[in-house]
Design a protein around this ligand. Sequence first.
Ligand code: ATP
Ligand code: MG
Length: 409
Amino acid sequence: MDNSFQGKQNNARKAVTPPKYVKQVLIDLQAHGYKAYLVGGCCRDMLLGVTPNDWDICTSALPEEICSVFDSTVLTGAKHGTVTVIIGSHRVEVTTFRLENTYSDHRHPDNVMFVADLTEDLKRRDFTMNAIAIPPDGYVSDPFGGRDDIRNRLIRCVGNPEERFEEDALRMFRALRFSARLGFDIEEKTYSAIAKKAVLASELAPERIHDELEKILLTNRAEIIADAVSLGLLDRFIESRDVCREKLKLLSTIPRKQLMRWSALCSVLISSGCITDTKIFLGSLRSDRRTLSLCNTAQKILEGPIPGNPVEWKKLLSRYGRDAVSCASCGFDIVSGSESRAELRKVLKSGEPYSMADLALNGDDLLAMGYRGKELGNMLGFLLDYIISFPDYNKKDILISLVQGISDD
Ligand code: ATP
Ligand code: MG
């Protein structure tokens, strides 16, 4: 077997190798007599020819031993055997080989035991593709056939899937998330184990579910959310599992922005009858306030007619603001098959005024003309409506004459 980092990758793809500081951590640990490997997601990504988000290292060194090898370290989770090694401006997570015993809450191991054997450490990992370790030299450790599964684009649990989901129910969402991100299928037994154990998702913290759903939403295969719905993973948040997959497929055509994707998801769930209230749905998932409020406003807009011309779009923009209207335009496109986003884009690109801030005449000008209180507010509202319909007249002198004309009447 080829021992170089490059040699471990599919030849057809570009070679991804760990940066110097990561290699240095591996070599320093080895030089002190410890075993050290790249492990988990970074090995999977390297084999796929993708640059990993982060580089994780596992080692036979105990946390205090890791600290004694490097000048600058932070004991991030001594209980779990994790030390952050700081090399210049870089941080690398180094974790002692460990086993996890019982999981009484279907999420967190009750205790962790450090072990000397790499395979034991790999055994506790979720999927075969994430249970691969690569040393700086020597042989790749892949005791569960992760490379074959990567080649066959399959997500398969390490060990018995039902037991693994019993231990940690979040793994069911991770399976869907990796499937969405990598475009891999979920192996049959792993998939049917999710269906069997989906009920355990009800015990997970909603924040964790929110984060996993958001990661799925931001991929190019956001329709995988349909699997989460139909498998029953979201039963506690929705009223029906009968979601329209075809509409969910369109989520990936929407800009990859957190707010827009959540809003579009809500509109599909509402139109499918899975939820009735955006606020309740997002609130139960502990969404942040801004997302909750904007998605709710977008939903209100979606209950009305699709704007038929630029003036109607500008009226919506003036009333609800650009973010909520942009979200609603995505919802219109997905649910009604309209061309709303393109229409809205044209309106925004025209630069025509639609908000108070765009008015060429402001409150101070009206004060100087003798307007006060409610009367002043009403006049500003009237002027805004006026320039929305007649953008060319948004000039101070024209608006002053208009106000004077009205005052004289
Ligand atoms: P990403 O690219 O999204 O970071 P990753 O595979 O690196 O993907 P992490 O959440 O960073 O995922 O976890 C690092 C590694 O730790 C995983 O590859 C896997 O080996 C292991 N792991 C993480 N979460 C779990 C879990 N819930 N159960 C078992 N193993 C896990
Ligand atoms: Mg990672």
